[in-house]
Structures are given as C-alpha cells and as structure tokens.
Design a protein around this ligand. Structure first.
Ligand SMILES: C[S@@+](CC[C@H](N)C(=O)[O-])C[C@H]1O[C@@H](n2cnc3c(N)ncnc32)[C@H](O)[C@@H]1O
Length: 264
C-alpha cells in the first residue's frame, strides 16, 4: 500500500512520477477539482505519418516528435490506453470530494474512416456534460471529412457539484485559441483553464497530467491551491520555472492581474 502524503508535501507542489501511482499517495476526498488533459495516444493512429513518427504531411505538428525525452511515446495499444485512462479516472474520482468534479479534456478523431469518440474511456463515470472547446483552425489532409476544429471537455461531476454563481451563463461551447508561446507540445491555453477554475468554488485543484504547469498558473492567478503531477522531469522544471516567472512578474508589474482581467 502507498504511503499517504501530508498536505504540506503536496499542496502547491509539482510531483514527479506516473500519476496513476502518485495519486495513490493523496488522501481520499482531498481535492475539490481536477482539470486535466492526458496524452491522446496520437501516435497509435491509423492516419498517415502520426503512426510511425516520421510525420508525413504532419511533420510540422509539434506532437509528432512526441513528449520530452521519450519518457512517454504516446503510442500504446488502444485497449491498453483505455484501461490506463480508466484507472487514472478511478483514482481522480477517489481523491475528489463529494461536491467536486473532473474536467477531462480529450479529442475525438477519425480512425479507419470512423469516428472514434472517447465513450469507452468515460463509460460508467458520472459524465454530466460535454463542453466543446472550439479551437482556431486545425490540420486535416483527409478529403473524407471536414476539418476538425474542436476538442471536448467532459464534465464528470460528483452528485453535489454546483458551478460558481453566474458561471452557467458561459454556455457549453467555449472558443479559445491555442497557446502560442510555450515549448510544451500540447499546452492548454491559460484562458481556458482560468475559465474552468473560475467557474467553480474549488480551493484545491489537481492536474495529474500537468505538463508545462498551465493549471498551476491559472489556479495561482485565482488564488486557489494546486497539485501538479507529471512523469517528465523536463516538464516539471518547465512548470516550476513558468510559475516562478508568473509570480515575479505579477509582483513587479501586475501583469498577472491585467492578464486575469482579460479572461473575465
Ligand atoms: C497533453 S499533455 C498536458 C499538457 C498540459 N495541459 C499543459 O498545459 O502543458 C500530457 C502530459 O502528460 C504527461 N504524462 C504522460 N504519461 C504520464 C503519466 N503516466 N503520469 C503523469 N504524467 C504523464 C506528459 O509528460 C505530458 O506532459
């Protein structure tokens, strides 16, 4: 059995490791909200180029190179991937309080000419709503279907979860452009996560696939606590650096406060 961490060892900290293991060290019902985007298993694809890693027409897509330092190659058999994601979601459900929720971002895609939604991953979890994150543009060289321009965010809510006052007026289609200045291959836009967190009353926000630390930045802007997990040392360092810079800038030039104003 894993050792359970004390709050001082995980609150506002970046934890290095596989989240399915690290989450086991968090106490039951210890977080209010999970916001996360797992690797999409993009290189396990029937599509040209993304499958074998050479890229083909996708060669310029940042993710074709995969994640940092080959810790994670984003290419595992589909059934294994689904079982892994379901195990992660099960741990997230355990650590979320009875009035908490999980915002689980994923992408639907076409595989072998048919839509692959993510119903197999979320089946049996209490999905309350699907939010459409409309991105700007996209890449598609396939003449068989229209250019995909959105991702989905599953709102998986425990029974007593309610939104913050006034937040339901955002509706369920959110338009946010991609993050431009970030070396991580698949970062969230800060504004998207600011929207999620500010739509809740959460005091403690967990991102088990934290990447470059976007959830930590948005939580800090909103004066909430965060817990970030990633298996890549490189991304953990990137996230720490980013948060340090954000805090320093906010202190000296109130940029953080101005940025936050832009997201309201
Ligand atoms: C889609 S990215 C998340 C990006 C993040 N939302 C951001 O804004 O930068 C997925 C992340 O999951 C990490 N990852 C892959 N397998 C993992 C695992 N088993 N446990 C924790 N992190 C993992 C990768 O290193 C990658 O940074």
């Amino acid at each position: 059995m894993s050792k359970v961490l004390k709050e001082k060892d995980y609150l506002n900290k970046f934890l290095l490791g596989r989240c399915e293991e690290v989450m086991k060290q968090l106490p039951d019902e210890s977080v209010d909200l999970v916001v996360t985007s797992p690797p999409y298993n993009l290189r396990n694809s029937t599509g040209n180029g993304m499958k074998d890693g050479r890229g083909g027409k996708w060669a310029n897509a940042a993710l074709i190179k995969g994640y940092a330092d080959a810790e994670y190659n984003d290419n595992i058999p589909h059934e294994e991937y689904v079982a892994w994601q379901r195990a992660c979601l099960t741990e997230m459900m355990r650590v979320v309080r009875p009035d908490g929720a999980i915002f689980y971002n994923h992408k639907w895609r076409v595989q072998g000419g048919l839509l692959q939604d993510r119903a197999d991953i979320v089946a049996g979890f209490p999905v309350r709503q699907v939010i459409i994150w409309k991105r700007k543009g996209g890449i598609n060289f396939n003449k068989g279907y229209f250019l995909p321009t959105y991702e989905v965010i599953y709102l998986i809510a425990k029974k007593d979860f309610v939104l913050a006052k006034g937040a339901n007026s955002h509706g369920d289609i959110w338009e946010f452009g991609q993050e431009q200045k970030n070396e991580h291959p698949a970062p969230f836009p800060v504004a998207l996560i600011h929207r999620v967190i500010s739509s809740t009353n959460a005091k403690i926000v967990l991102d088990p696939f934290m990447g470059s630390g976007t959830t930590a930045i948005a939580a800090t802007m909103l004066e909430r606590n965060f817990i970030g997990i990633d298996l890549s040392e490189k991304y953990i360092e990137m996230a720490k650096d980013r948060l340090r810079h954000f805090k320093a800038e906010r202190k000296t030039s109130s940029v953080g406060k101005r940025q936050e104003g832009l997201f309201d």
